[in-house]
Ligand binder design. Structure first.
Ligand code: ADP
Ligand code: MG
Length: 579
């Protein structure tokens, strides 16, 4: 056993730093909060190297007196609380006095500050937590914090960071959250030396538009509640404007962005029957509560929140949202289902529907492959050609007699499965055919969401999509798998891809499945399409080739069967094993 020893300060400062400053975006969040706490009305942010090389925040807030500036870098040095009781009436974002200390421990930091109207300001520079210089400087009023070479002395942390695109999307996400919660403050953002976002001081509806984009913002209904215990401003998607992503759900309590499962559950309860086909509400909500009625002191830098009266808040949010959604059933479509012009005709390769099947059986039945598959796990042994097509019933199901019994196929589910597996193979072989759109399809997104999609560009191109940013808040889809002929499908898919970013490995699989299932579903013959014998036979023979022919990619059953034995049993034939 080793003996207990006190950790030297340079060790524990770095450990503490890891909790507060996890990545450039969490650093930016702390710096923005400091500027907001200082009462800034204009905040200018710059980032270089996706925040690794530089994060710089300049504000026009109340600043500090010269002798305070070096103090700001010390641990537990704060101007925001003095005693334990102050925590119960906390009005500021900061209170731990840890952020600057932590940032300084893992970077080269400078902080320059002056009070408005002061004759002189003060600048302190530090590296790896040690003050390198301290002296007077000009006094324009306000504070500038520059953090360079983040994690330069903690290489393990640096390695933990993700791609530039990912870190940039996080940075922009933090800025957008601050901008949403503080519409009266002007924010500007420069990334890699280029001015990239500018939110002038505005009222909340205008700020919502500026951050979310016109299209998304105009699909929201406002709910405003003003009670002594709680003030709430909530903007939620009209039923017909719900989107295929959870990305646009943000909760703020006293202007602080929080992850509140409770609030989210209240939202989903209220949205219940209004959600169709995997759509989610966009929801931007601002709660103002008595600081004593909730606790954010759960974990440094984390966004968990606990409410004292969970039930009340849950009921309030879910009943208000439910009421608003019922009222909002106004016919105002988010976007029209316009067709996208495509550069040339859909290649036959893609089975664009039953007409294609009729012209050309795209999937050729391969006897050798069939034999190989005969014994594949799950494949019924008796399921062998030749098949006799008996007909279509309900204009949805195809009946066949096979060597060993009766087969019933759900034509849509079956074809979805076939297309899905073909697409999976095409991707594996790098043979997915993509088609250039005649005109790029614009998809308007918040800047952070756009960055997220760009971080996925490789995956997108493997799926047959080509996208490029157009300005900071519009994504242009330049090419897509040829089966995505409709604008709304493409937009849906772009939205869906965003949700998958948080957990890259698992999500990658999920997205691929999701996207392919969608492609396959769109391209497949629908139930109620009449189908002839030739087409029906192509379908069943191809399904036989599938790795999992028994269900569509959504898990719905594609095939029912009744073996000869079972038939005999059901008709109580002599010699048949009784049921
Ligand atoms: P906290 O915000 O929890 O107090 P920080 O380490 O973030 O701790 O900041 C320490 C102190 O430095 C703050 O309490 C505040 O007095 C001062 N400070 C930091 N940033 C600014 C700023 N942008 N303008 C004015 N004062 C600041
Ligand atoms: Mg702070």
């Amino acid at each position: 056993m080793s003996r207990i020893k006190r950790l030297p300060p340079e060790v524990f400062s770095r450990i503490a730093a890891g909790e507060v400053v996890e990545r450039p975006a969490s650093l930016l969040k702390e710096l923005l909060e400091n500027s907001l706490d200082a009462g800034a009305s204009r905040i200018a942010v710059e980032a270089e190297g996706a925040g690794r090389a530089l994060v710089r925040v300049a504000d026009d807030g109340g600043g500090m007196d010269p002798e305070e500036v070096p103090l700001a870098l010390e641990r537990h040095a704060t101007s925001k609380i003095q005693a334990l009781e102050d925590l119960l009436s906390l009005k500021s974002f900061g209170f731990r006095g840890e952020a600057l200390y932590a940032a300084a421990a893992v970077s080269k930091l400078s902080i320059r500050s002056s009070r408005p109207g002061a004759k002189q300001g003060w600048i302190v520079t530090a590296a790896a937590g040690k003050i390198a210089s301290s002296g007077p400087c000009p006094a324009p009023g306000g504070t500038v914090v520059e953090v360079r070479d983040l994690f330069y002395n903690t290489p393990a942390r640096l390695k933990f960071l993700k791609s530039d695109a990912y870190e940039k999307s996080k940075l922009v996400g933090v800025l957008e959250e601050a901008a949403l919660a503080n519409p009266e403050v002007q924010f500007s953002y420069k990334s890699e030396g280029r001015k990239s976002l500018h939110f002038p001081a505005a009222d909340l509806p205008r700020r919502l538009k500026a951050v979310l984009g016109e299209e998304l913002a105009s699909g929201l209904v406002p709910i405003v509640v003003d009670r002594p215990q709680i003030k709430l401003k909530l903007f939620v998607s009209r039923p017909e404007s719900m989107v295929r992503t959870r990305e646009f759900q943000k909760w703020f309590v006293n202007r602080r962005p929080v992850d509140a499962r409770l609030l989210q559950q209240a939202l989903y309860k209220a949205c219940g029957e209004h959600r169709r086909g995997g759509r989610h509400p966009a929801c931007i909500a601002f709660l103002e509560l008595d600081p004593a009625s909730f606790d954010v002191n759960v974990h440094p830098g984390k966004r968990d929140i606990r409410f004292k009266d969970e039930r009340d808040i849950f009921e309030l949010v879910s009943s208000l949202v439910a009421g608003a959604l019922v009222q909002a059933k106004a016919p105002a479509p988010l976007w029209r289902e316009t067709a996208v012009a495509v550069a040339d005709t859909v290649p036959a390769h893609y089975l664009g529907g039953r007409t294609l099947l009729a012209q050309e059986p795209v999937f050729h039945f391969d006897a050798a492959a069939a034999q190989a598959l005969e014994t594949a796990a799950g494949a019924p042994r008796w399921w062998t050609p030749p098949y006799r097509f008996l007909g279509q019933i309900e204009r949805s199901y195809l009946l066949f007699e096979a060597a060993g019994g009766l087969l019933i196929l759900d034509q849509h589910a079956a074809q979805e499965r076939i297309l899905y597996e073909k697409l999976v193979d095409d991707i594996a072989r790098g043979a997915l055919r993509s088609q250039k759109l005649m005109l790029p399809l614009p998809v308007e997104l918040p800047a952070s969401a756009l960055q997220k999609v760009l971080a996925r560009q490789e995956r997108l191109s493997a799926l047959g999509f080509a996208v490029t940013p157009y300005g900071k808040t519009v994504l242009h889809v330049l090419a897509a798998p040829s089966t995505f002929a409709r604008a709304a499908d493409l937009k849906d898919l772009v939205y869906r891809l965003m949700d998958a970013l948080e957990d890259p490995v698992e999500a990658a699989r999920a997205v691929q499945h999701d996207a392919l299932a969608l492609v396959a579903c769109k391209a497949a013959v629908k139930a109620h399409d009449p189908l002839g014998e030739k087409e029906a036979l192509v379908l069943i023979e191809t399904l036989k080739d599938c790795r999992d022919g028994s269900a569509c990619p959504h898990g719905r059953r594609a095939l029912l069967s009744m073996t000869r034995d079972e038939l005999a049993r059901r008709f109580q034939r002599p010699g048949a094993v009784p049921l």
